[in-house]
Write a protein that binds this ligand. Structure first.
Ligand SMILES: O=c1ccn([C@@H]2O[C@H](COP(=O)(O)OP(=O)(O)O[C@H]3O[C@H](CO)[C@@H](O)[C@H](O)[C@H]3O)[C@@H](O)[C@H]2O)c(=O)[nH]1
Ligand SMILES: [Mn+2]
Length: 782
């Protein structure tokens, strides 16, 4: 609205570029991705300031066409959301809400509008679900036509000789009758997942600067008078991939988007979402922006929102909600200069991603090194009017002649950097705001997209663009770890940036999580492997700069070190069994020192539990699930991660990014059908072995006590208790193995039985039970 401060009435908010990553239409259903896109296009933020970029690492025509469908359905969906204040603005979730949709709705035509839009959405869904088929059929048809053509040509050439069958590669065809430049269904050279051209398509053009009111005519589905019907810009991007180049997984995809968006929209802020994480609260963007625009907000590199999940089984068997982490640890980190970046739901300041230092970073040094090495004070006036400074290079003002070395040689990109810096400054509407921008500076209209801009954007998504630059090294998302998120955030904190944790009353974003055992283990495996990679890299928090607080450093160190606890955890899980086998307790006799230690440890653990429960506000049951999964993950995935990480360091074996499958949520009969899927993975061997050994140990211990002349029941009880404790932790794992109707792959039992027997026999052979408390006759190992 026009006001004395803002006579034009245009929004003075900075632009936001939203990045959505998707990599495989099989594991990440296009319906899920399109819903995310729709929730973004409908977000409550000035339309002309939003731009959405979809990165498709699969290079799939299916994703491309699904995005086109979403863009077209957005013309109905977005104005409908604006007109009736729909929440959440993800149609799939909205139409499946269990609560009464008519509550609090007063507009008379709501019922009619909802019914019509719902029907449109159902049709949209059918179209999306039919895409794989229609693409295949279309390609087949074109292919047949091509073959006939080729045959005719050959017949003309060779005249009456017998015609051989002509082989032409089976292409994937776009609707306009041209070859799809990306991955083909039957992948051929230059058309496979790791080898295809860069593709960029503007699916929704940048909107006009002024609101555009809809009309009420009958051709329209719903009456849109007084509703702004503009849509934000939407761009489909699939970066170029060629064999021989390292594509750096998600980090590489994000960096391609950072460059392309700098040229096309240059929003000073960037929101990163995974394809399955949609905007649940349409106000969230504004809420995040509040922190950035606040006094001192110019020193924030990102605002991280908690990850919240949907579609998880009610008992949360594999601790997917991770509440202790998101509501305990992350909130605590908020007090230590900021939470870590967790990969999705994070609003970045663009220039922080470019690797610049925060403003006023040389003024004060909170780290403890400053007292030992006093620095010379710089003139603070110059600091106030600072320009951009790159980290590491001491005191150097942003030097554009050096920029190509860091950013590559796109002048468009380099010229956009100071603009993004200026536009990202907080609003100088109060004398206390340092380094602000004058009011009204961002109400100017945006430049139009022309062909040369798009051409430039395509050139920066080519795979050679990053050669001999600092992309992934010091600029953008950082390479070298499959948990690129933690490293990227760490680097910013290391430069002195602060971050903020923004927990909104209504969840800002919601995503999905793997609820079946195998997928969950693989996810945890990837995270842990990423952590080990970080531990063995220069990003180990041991080498942190003095700009990090001590506790913050420890927290980051912990992120890198936790997988190594698996080694001890596994020892602990075998100890009770060993003590039962040998008939000896962990200590020779129960003396006072041991009991004091035990008591101390138990009390500490209880206190920790109480704090975790209190701080993250969870129920005892959820806490217990968390503990259980810590052991399950610890004995399987974490151990494997340590081994994988060591292999990478020692033998240089690369680590792949196993995508987590996202359920389409279309199973009508059972919402949690995924929970019961059992897929064999070798990650399951250690926990199964632990279970077997402990079970056998209990049996051995009990029978030994029964048959012994003087049964020492109290001693047995001690041993059995600890064994049971281990088994209780593994209960969800055992349940997961059983599947729905006890359909466990036989291999699981064969393997684990074998391993358990071998270990038991070995034990008996090495340490033959002697004397009175022996079971059966004497046993001689062959
Ligand atoms: O080569 C790749 C691999 C992955 N992705 C995308 O990365 C995202 C995360 O993948 P997912 O399999 O869903 O992993 P999660 O374990 O659920 O993800 C968490 O952990 C990852 C780090 O391991 C982060 O990248 C994610 O943002 C964070 O949500 C998805 O959108 C993918 O499309 C790509 O774009 N290119
Ligand atoms: Mn995910």
């Amino acid at each position: 609205m026009p006001s004395p401060n803002n006579p034009t009435g245009k929004s003075d908010l900075p632009g936001i570029d939203i990045f959505v990553s998707t990599a495989d239409p099989e594991k990440e259903p296009p319906l899920v991705t399109s819903n995310t896109i729709l929730s973004i296009l409908a977000a409550d933020y000035p339309v002309e300031k939003l731009a959405c970029f979809v990165s498709d690492d699969g290079g799939a025509l299916l994703t491309f066409e699904a995005m086109a469908e979403a863009a077209s359905f957005a013309n109905t969906w977005v104005p409908f959301c604006r007109k009736h204040d729909i929440e959440p603005r993800n149609p799939e979730t909205y139409f499946n809400l269990k609560r009464d949709p008519y509550k609090n709705k007063v507009k008379a035509d709501f019922v009619k509008d909802r019914r019509r839009v719902k029907r449109e959405y159902d049709e949209f869904k059918v179209r999306i679900n039919g895409l794989p088929d229609s693409i295949r059929r279309r390609s087949d048809a074109y292919h047949a036509r091509e073959e006939i053509k080729a045959m005719k040509q050959q017949r003309q050439k060779t005249d009456d000789e017998p015609v051989e069958i002509v082989k032409i590669p089976k292409a994937t065809w776009m609707a306009d009758g041209t070859h799809w430049p990306g991955t083909w269904l039957s992948s051929g050279p230059e058309h496979s997942k790791g080898d295809h051209a860069g593709i960029m398509q503007v699916m929704l053009k940048p909107p006009s600067d002024e609101p555009l009111q809809g009309t009420a005519d009958d051709t329209r589905l719903i009456d849109l008078s007084d509703v702004d019907i503009r849509l934000p810009m939407l761009v489909y991007v699939s970066r170029e991939k060629r064999p021989g180049y390292d594509h750096n997984k998600k980090a590489g995809a994000m960096n391609a988007l950072v460059r392309a968006s700098a040229i096309m929209s240059n929003g000073p802020f960037i929101l990163n979402l995974d394809c399955d994480h949609y905007i649940y609260n349409s106000q969230a963007l504004k809420e995040g922006m509040c922190f950035m625009m606040d006094r001192g907000g110019d020193r924030l590199c990102y605002v991280q929102f908690p990850q919240r999940f949907e579609g998880i089984d009610p008992s949360d068997r594999y601790a997917n909600h991770n509440t202790v982490f998101f509501d305990g640890n992350m909130r605590a980190l908020d007090g230590l200069q900021g939470p870590v970046y967790v990969g999705t739901g994070c609003l970045f300041r663009r220039i922080a991603l470019y690797g610049f230092d925060p403003p006023r970073s040389k003024e004060h040094h909170p780290g403890f090194c400053s007292c030992c090495f006093p620095r010379k004070k710089r003139a603070t006036v110059a600091e106030e009017n600072r320009s951009l400074r790159m980290g590491d290079s001491d005191d150097e003002e942003m030097n554009l002649s050096l920029a190509p070395k860091k950013f590559g040689n796109s002048t468009f990109l380099i010229d956009s950097i100071p603009v993004a810096e200026f536009q990202g400054r907080p609003l100088a509407d109060h004398p206390a705001v340092k380094n602000g921008r004058p009011p009204g500076a961002l109400t100017i209209p945006r430049e139009l997209l022309d062909a040369s801009t798009v051409a430039e954007a395509i050139s920066v998504i080519s795979c050679w663009y990053e050669d001999k630059t600092e992309w992934g090294q010091r600029v953008g998302w950082i390479y070298g770890s499959v948990t690129e998120d933690v490293v990227t955030g760490y680097r910013m904190h290391n430069r002195g940036w602060k971050s903020v944790y923004c927990v909104t009353k209504r969840d800002a974003f919601r995503g999905s999580a793997p609820i079946n055992l195998t997928d969950r283990l693989h996810q945890v495996l990837r995270w842990a492997t990423g952590s080990v990679e970080i531990f063995f890299s220069r990003n180990n928090a041991l080498f942190a700069s003095s700009k990090m607080k001590l506790l913050q450093r420890i927290a980051y160190l912990n992120v890198g070190i936790y997988p190594f606890t698996s080694i001890f955890l596994i020892v602990y899980c075998f100890l009770p069994a060993l003590s039962l086998f040998s008939g000896q307790f962990i200590v020779q006799t129960l003396n006072v020192t041991f009991l004091v230690y035990l008591l101390l440890i138990t009390v500490t653990l209880c206190m920790l539990a109480v704090l975790e429960i209190k701080w993250s506000g969870i129920e005892l049951e959820e806490w217990w699930r968390n503990e259980q999964f810590w052991l399950i993950g610890g004995t399987s995935a974490h151990l494997a991660a340590v081994i994988q990480g060591l292999l990478k360091v020692i033998a240089g074996i690369e680590i792949s990014f196993t995508l987590t499958s996202k359920s389409g949520g279309d199973d009508e009969d059972d919402e949690f059908a995924d929970l019961y899927i059992v897929k064999w993975t070798s990650l399951m061997i250690p926990p199964i072995t632990i279970m077997m050994i402990n079970l056998i140990a209990i049996a051995v211990g009990v029978s030994r006590t029964i048959y012994s002349t003087i049964p020492q029941w109290s001693r047995l009880l001690g041993g059995v208790f600890f064994s049971f404790w281990v088994l209780a932790h593994l209960y969800p794992f055992a349940k997961g193995l059983m599947g729905r109707r006890g359909r466990t792959p036989t291999i699981v039992f064969v393997w684990s039985g074998l391993v358990a027997i071998i270990i038991s026999l070995l034990w008996v052979a090495i340490n033959p039970p002697s004397g009175t408390n022996q079971i059966g006759g004497s046993f001689q190992f062959p």
